[in-house]
Design a protein around this ligand. Structure first.
Ligand code: ADP
Ligand code: MG
Length: 343
């Protein structure tokens, strides 16, 4: 993943991404949108999450065409990358676990390679083979499941991204351990957002916001102003810890409030620490800004598990990445390029 090169190998400075922060920020140089461009917004459900497109277009037909193209792209990528849907290439990889490598498309290979890069960078905090825990945990409403310590201990040895072998020449993926599985739930949505935005831009639209759950990309402006993106407080739904004015950038948030249940007074949520087999305990929410959404998606999950100390140390080594980490006690930590007033 080219955006994840470390700083030393890069030709330009680390803070080259235009990021606008907090309520104080004013963008004076952005052009005002033409009077003929109206704001259109549509939502749908895809990849098990809410999908939103907001854009400025001259008429409804243009806006509808862009929305349809974006949604079509998301559905196509779900058909390629879902581990639940029978018949997808990822499903095939999992079926062949312990037996044989599976050749995949260049696109899927790229996403799995990017995932492996984030795993290596995060020391395994991000790990697509978390999916080997399948069936043990359930966060579905009414069907919540907390596994026994024995179940977790028995399954945990199957979680190890180093046992997912990629062959660059053959473009094949081999899940080496019998019974192990991969799942792209923490990276495919972000990739989908990038691809959906590409389709929209191809149709001549310059000002758009695309969001799948907590993964978002914004291009151009919202009527001449940066797109305003609120970062919600992890414990108070109606409160924002910051509002960012953003353009031409991706932003992802991973939070422990998205899918969770509470048992015996303990909050169990869906972002797993691959080292323990239990939900990560170092963060309540993590927001990452990055040049593309595949990267912001994967890194928000990785940093959530890593927590503020390790997480911000990693961000400091990456180019074009900023992060806001709310730790387990509710304290807000930010990377060097971000200032929040009165968090
Ligand atoms: P959301 O799905 O709410 O956008 P994330 O992007 O953080 O949140 O992804 C969480 C999902 O990723 C989980 O539901 C699960 O499918 C998968 N996952 C959980 N823990 C990890 C992990 N440590 N590494 C990679 N994927 C994970
Ligand atoms: Mg993610």
């Amino acid at each position: 993943m080219d955006t994840l090169n470390t700083r030393s190998s890069l030709p330009f400075g680390p803070r080259s991404v235009a990021i606008a922060f907090s309520l104080l920020c004013v963008f004076l140089l952005l052009p005002t949108a033409g009077a003929d461009a109206r704001l259109f917004k549509k939502t749908a459900v895809v990849m098990g999450t809410e999908f939103e497109v907001s854009l400025h277009a001259s008429d409804k037909a243009k806006a509808d065409a862009a929305f349809d193209a974006a949604l079509e792209e998301m559905v196509r990528i779900e058909g390629e990358m879902s581990e639940w849907m029978e018949g997808t290439p990822v499903y095939a990889i999992n079926k062949s676990a312990g037996r044989a490598p599976v050749r995949v498309s260049a696109e899927l290979y790229k996403v799995i390679s990017a995932a492996q890069t984030v795993s290596a960078l995060s020391g395994g905090a991000f790990d697509i083979s978390w999916a080997s825990m399948r069936g043990l945990w359930s966060f579905a409403e009414g069907a919540e499941r907390l596994p026994s310590a024995k179940e977790v201990a028995e399954r945990l040895p199957l979680v190890d991204y180093r046992e997912v072998l990629l062959d660059d020449a053959k473009k094949s993926v081999f899940v080496r351990k019998v019974g192990a599985m991969i799942g792209l739930g923490a990276i495919a949505k972000g990739y989908g957002v990038d691809m959906a935005m590409k389709r929209i831009v191809k149709l001549g639209i310059k000002d758009a916001l695309v969001r799948a759950g907590g993964d978002m990309r914004v291009q151009g402006t919202d009527n001449g102003r940066p797109w305003e993106v609120g970062i919600r407080h992890p414990r108070e739904k109606q409160r924002h810890i910051a509002k960012l004015g953003l353009t031409n950038i991706s932003i992802s948030t991973s939070g422990d409030y998205e899918r969770f249940f509470i048992k015996h007074g303990v909050l169990y949520h869906h972002i797993m620490d691959p080292k323990t087999g239990y939900p990560g305990v170092r963060s309540q929410s993590v927001t990452v800004l990055a040049p593309d959404t595949m990267t912001s998606d994967a890194l928000s999950t990785a940093l959530f598990v890593m927590g503020p100390a390790e997480g911000l140390a990693l961000v400091g080594r990456l180019k074009g990445i900023e992060a806001i980490i709310i730790d387990a006690s509710g304290k807000v930590h930010t990377s060097a390029g971000i200032t929040i007033n009165n968090p």
